[in-house]
Ligand binder design. Structure first.
Ligand SMILES: [Zn+2]
Length: 111
């Protein structure tokens, strides 16, 4: 029986411990059954900080909202609802007063 390589360092020498897989090279432990497709999408903000669902972010530039005349001002706070693998946007955000908007990750920074 073989195991998937370590998601952190890609070591092939992982071994199981109950429900977890453990990497002997970087000591990373993870549950292989808990890894969903969404977790595999790596999205970084303008500063290179990795973003996750539930993170609060602020806009670093004014953004026009697609399909409306509304403009979200720089500094607007948003909550990441979902991270998606879009070509021109990666963040499905909720903004107070504006509802759900799609935002490109490089136009935000983690709050
Ligand atoms: Zn590792």
């Amino acid at each position: 029986m073989s195991f998937p390589p370590c998601p952190k360092c890609e070591s092939e020498f992982v071994y199981p411990d109950q429900d977890l897989l453990i990497c002997p090279e970087c000591a990373y432990e993870w549950n292989p059954n808990a890894v969903s497709e969404e977790d595999s999408i790596l999205v970084r903000d303008a500063n290179g900080t990795q973003l996750a669902e539930g993170d609060k972010v602020t806009l670093i530039k004014d953004l026009k909202v697609k399909g409306s005349s509304m403009v979200l001002k720089i500094g607007t706070k948003a909550l990441i609802r979902r991270i998606v693998d879009g070509k021109d946007h990666q963040l499905d955000c909720k903004v107070d007063g504006a509802g759900e908007i799609m935002v490109t990750a490089q136009f935000v920074k983690k709050a």
